[in-house]
Design a protein. Structure first.
Length: 473
């Protein structure tokens, strides 16, 4: 039997089925299985595999040396302490479970929490994270009725226990946190699922598409998707979300950046006014969320610029703070006087102590250094791929420079470059040239910073739209 031409070639029935299977993401043996039965079978298989992994995780508690690490593991297995449950207590208003992976997502979540609370002062929030740095950032927020926990691993039992303990009325996921058991359990309990500040880059979309026949069922459970861009919206629709559930709201990171830039500096909480007064009187080049290799480039630049700019100081904030002590050693080997920020904050530090490099080894303090920077280099853009958040220094009206690899912030970078509000360099030599130019021309640096803030302000408002979609208005 002949069924016509595909791609200029005549094909038979078997060839057509093979083409159709690959075209729609289904393995050939599944074409004749009813969709409902296939979905149930795949859910059962995933739950079986995850349950097997859960059993393997159980002995890990024996190797936890501290109470904090045991608590973290217990929470990841959905075993929340009685003290945590007592703090939750009975509901006094709508309860949101907001899940954010790490620091950047936590900042978005905190911005959303404040906006939701303005609409409903009685709302309660459970904020879960995955990374230690994210958990530390969340714990420092100081907001009432915000309960911090590590997120459960995607094991059926862990997820079920967490839902039981949290008793949430809605599950809010930040950016791209799609875990099948979590979504299935929310759907079983009738808990709406919202994906906010949602993004689905081409690389992630390609990864999901290999199992599209499985993941479409999972994505289809999302009640509302607040997508950052039109491209993200189309990608979520391609993964099975109905168009009527997808809304283009923009990036909430714009609002989060403005919130942090306009927050008064709490000098009493971090270091004291004497330290910050000393910091404010110096000229700073700041490397934000840097990755391996980028710090060495900045150190070498500083050595070459010392004669031209003798008062210049460099603050480097590695994305992975565990690398901080190693960076201090590298800087000292190059002949630079270097300190950890935690050393400056320690009791007994003398304000007059000289250094040329400061390595920020704490969570949440980089934003305060942006306030005093003349120029900011955005990390993970020169020696690594993807880029870090350029909106935070931009919101603080700083002159922003980043390297060629900013794929994680494609649409944002386009806005900055089209508006002449940031500088993109191709290599370390161009970076040094632009830094020297901006350090020598304070008016040009100030104009670039003001243009950058104008872009952020023009793109703000995603949080307000998201609150409206979540029923907060």
């Amino acid at each position: 039997m002949r069924l016509g031409c595909l791609g200029g070639h005549r094909v038979g029935r078997n060839s057509f089925l093979l083409w159709a299977a690959g075209r729609h993401g289904y393995p050939l043996f599944m074409l004749k299985i009813p969709k409902r039965l296939l979905t149930q079978a795949l859910r059962w298989l995933y739950s079986l595999l995850s349950s097997g992994l859960a059993v393997m995780w159980m002995p890990a508690r024996l190797f936890c040396r501290t109470k904090v690490s045991r608590l973290r593991l217990d929470e990841r297995l959905g075993r929340h302490s009685q003290a945590f449950k007592d703090r939750l207590g009975p509901k006094t208003g709508p309860r949101f479970w907001i899940h954010a992976v790490s620091v950047g997502e936590v900042d978005v979540a905190l911005c959303l929490i404040e906006a939701l609370r303005e609409k409903n002062p009685h709302a309660e929030f459970i904020l879960t994270t995955v990374t230690r740095s994210g958990h530390q950032r969340a714990a420092r927020c100081g907001l009432m009725n915000v309960h911090i926990s590590y997120a459960p691993l995607d094991f059926a039992g862990a997820v079920r226990r967490s839902f039981l303990a949290f008793a949430a009325d809605i599950l809010v996921l930040v950016e791209l946190e799609i875990w099948p058991n979590q979504l299935w359990e929310a759907n079983r309990l009738g808990v709406p699922i919202a994906l906010v500040n949602a993004r689905l880059p081409a690389g992630d979309l390609r990864k999901y598409r290999w199992g599209r026949w499985f993941m479409k069922d999972v994505f289809g459970l999302l009640s509302v998707v607040c997508a950052q861009t039109k491209e993200d919206a189309e990608a979520f629709h391609a993964m099975g979300v109905e168009r009527g559930r997808i809304h283009i709201t923009g990036s909430m990171k714009m609002d989060a950046a403005i919130r942090k830039a306009e927050r008064p500096l709490d000098a009493a909480r971090v270091g004291g006014p004497e330290i910050w007064n000393a910091i404010a009187q110096r000229t700073w080049l700041v490397g934000g969320s840097t990755h391996p290799g980028e710090e060495a480039i900045l150190f070498e630049m500083l050595l070459r610029m010392k004669m031209e700019f003798p008062g210049l100081l460099l603050a480097v904030a590695p994305r992975d703070t565990s690398r901080a002590k190693k960076l201090v050693r590298v800087a000292r080997q190059k002949g630079l006087t270097c300190l950890l920020w935690s050393e400056v904050l320690a009791p007994g530090y003398q304000i007059g102590a000289e250094f040329t490099v400061l390595v920020i080894d704490t969570i949440g303090d980089l934003d305060d250094f942006y306030r005093f920077a003349r120029v900011v280099f955005v990390g993970k853009s020169l020696t690594a791929r993807g880029g870090q958040n350029p909106m935070e220094p931009a919101a603080a009206s700083r002159a922003v420079i980043f390297g060629p690899s900013m794929e994680n912030f494609d649409s944002v970078v386009r806005c900055f470059l089209q508006s002449g509000a940031a500088i993109q360099v191709s290599n370390a030599e161009e970076l040094e040239s632009e830094v020297i130019r901006l350090l020598g021309d304070s008016k040009a640096a100030e104009a670039l910073g003001q243009a950058a803030r104008a872009v952020v302000l023009a793109q703000a408002g995603a949080t307000r739209q998201t609150v409206q979609l979540l029923g907060g208005s």
